[in-house]
Design a protein. Structure first.
Length: 256
């Protein structure tokens, strides 16, 4: 009899996912995507490709019309939504959608407290999350007194405080100055968590995500290393993906 332990379930397993909005608009046509633990993957694609629709299935905001989604082996299904929402942390594009408490500390404590953490355990969880994004010194400040880049880091901390299986980021580089952009990339690379990043910022995808997938017209049309996809001129042209003028993806040394 074999004694090998089974491989752990991938962080994310999407199989044959199809979805039509109530008005009949078909936004996803049988999407398959598997993301291993600890991978960082960019989800690329033109406007209207279905990226948000896909993300909204990961924590059960939308219910699959056909196919399935599982997070670390747990199916996204009505009976599992509380645990699924702990496992899938979504950082929205606008941090003000996520920050609503009088202080940074209370915002970061909100999710773990709702999950039942109290006292020293809760304090330690908040400090750990804020330290990971370099914001521990700002714990007692009101979020609305912080800069946009600082608020985005706090929004990441609110999600990390739930110790998610997978961190989903919607356009994390938007509205950041070059230094804040780089600092956030360093933070995200330092995290021991699976990352799925939706972005139109192709250099940022290259900097952060060794792997990318391209969704277009509700279909996954490419899956490979970010560098090879960005160098595929036909793929880029056919799916309205444009690199900044003069940017050569071959010239970038991709950090791991
Ligand atoms: N509530 C809705 N009802 C009907 N159709 C919708 C709804 N939301 C989105 N759609 C349609 O579904 C398709 C996919 O939209 P989605 O927002 O997922 O695209 P996206 O890739 O996230 O786009 P973007 O890059 O512009 O954010 C689009 O054609 C869009 O018009």
């Amino acid at each position: 009899m074999s004694t090998t332990t089974p491989a752990p379930a991938p962080s994310l397993h999407v199989s044959g996912l199809a979805y039509a909005y109530p008005d009949g608009h078909q936004a996803l046509f049988g999407v398959d995507l598997t993301v291993a633990r600890g991978e960082r993957v960019a989800l690329l694609g033109p406007n209207g490709a279905g990226k948000t629709t896909l993300v909204l299935h990961l924590n059960g905001i939308l219910e699959a019309g056909a196919g399935s989604v599982a997070v670390a082996g747990l199916p996204v299904a009505k009976g599992n939504l509380a645990e699924i929402r702990r496992r899938v942390g979504i950082v929205f594009q606008d941090p003000d959608d996520q920050l609503f408490m009088p202080t940074v500390r209370e915002d970061v404590a909100f999710g773990p407290a709702a999950a039942g953490l109290r006292g020293a355990e809760l304090d330690a969880r908040v400090t750990e999350a804020l330290t990971r994004v370099g914001m521990a010194d700002f714990a007692d400040r009101p979020p609305h007194h912080l800069s946009f880049g600082q608020r985005r880091r706090v929004a990441v901390a609110t999600v990390l405080a739930m110790r998610p299986e997978i961190l989903v980021l919607d356009e994390p580089s938007s509205n950041l100055d070059p230094a804040s952009r780089r600092e956030l990339a360093d933070i995200l690379r330092s995290l021991d968590v699976t990352v799925l990043m939706v972005t139109h910022d192709l250099p940022y995808a290259l900097e952060l995500c060794p792997r990318s997938v391209v969704l277009s017209g509700g279909v996954l049309v490419a899956d490979g290393t970010t560098q090879e996809l960005l160098c595929d001129e036909e793929l880029m042209r056919n799916h309205r993906l444009e690199l900044p003028f003069g940017f050569d993806p071959r010239s970038v040394t991709v950090p791991r």
